[in-house]
Design a binder for this molecule. Structure first.
Ligand SMILES: C[S@@+](CC[C@H](N)C(=O)[O-])C[C@H]1O[C@@H](n2cnc3c(N)ncnc32)[C@H](O)[C@@H]1O
Length: 215
């Protein structure tokens, strides 16, 4: 049996990875250590299958999903974050494959996952919408796509904090690419509950949950 804490697949490092490694290295723990509220709200009681956690960070969501019975592939560009996630999972009876890679560099199988979850993903927005398409194509027929981000409707406030929403993939960008074969179950702004960690000042989430059609 594989060690639940081991990073099992590794892709080439990028400048993006260096930036995130530096950010994670500033503190012993960056996020709250709790699974994200929107993930718990949306997936509690769902029938487990294969889940892809994109930008899994320190691994709280991946661990939560695995404890619900999901077989989890947890992907992140940051070695520091994944090593930390691995320590949390070490010795736990869970099925998690930690993959050190950017989303677009990973060999994500098309239709390979019953759940694709991207919680506050830091995916760069590009003209060809590559990241959005990668998220969508990873979902299996009948599977669920869950994309959650901070509510950044007031872009001027975000820009004052040095963050331009136009540079990053949002749930709305993903929703815009879903064709008639998808059923959008949730696409809303809602209040967020969070116990602490970086980003705790964000009060509202944008939540997109969509189900892929069965063949
Ligand atoms: C805002 S954090 C969110 C972490 C986690 N999902 C959570 O909610 O705590 C964004 C994460 O995405 C990762 N990341 C950045 N670019 C990525 C990429 N191209 N592919 C996969 N992960 C990426 C970062 O290393 C970071 O861990």
């Amino acid at each position: 049996m594989k060690d639940a804490g081991e990073v099992t697949e590794v892709k080439a490092a990028t400048s993006e990875a260096d930036e995130w490694d530096a950010r994670y290295s500033e503190r012993d723990r960056v996020w709250s250590g709790e699974p994200n509220g929107a993930l718990v709200d949306e997936m509690t009681g769902a029938r487990p299958g294969r889940a892809l956690d994109v930008g899994c960070g320190e691994g709280a969501d991946a661990l939560w999903l695995a404890h619900q019975g999901w077989t989890v592939t947890a992907l992140d560009v940051s070695r520091v974050a994944l090593d930390r996630a691995g320590v949390h999972a070490d010795g736990e009876d869970v099925d998690i494959t930690w993959v050190l890679s950017g989303l677009l560099d990973a060999d994500v199988p098309a239709g390979g996952f019953d759940l694709v979850s991207a919680q506050y993903p830091a995916l760069r927005s590009t003209a060809d919408r590559a990241a959005e398409r990668a998220l969508i194509s990873a979902v299996a027929p009948g599977g669920t796509l869950l994309v959650v981000h901070h509510d950044m409707r007031d872009a001027s406030v975000a820009r004052e904090h040095g963050f331009d929403p136009d540079d990053w993939v949002t749930p709305g960008d993903v929703a815009a690419l879903l064709d008639h074969s998808w059923h959008i179950e949730v696409n809303e702004v809602r209040e967020r509950s969070i116990s602490g960690g970086a980003g705790a000042h964000h009060t509202h989430d944008v939540v997109l949950r969509a189900q892929a059609a069965l063949p």
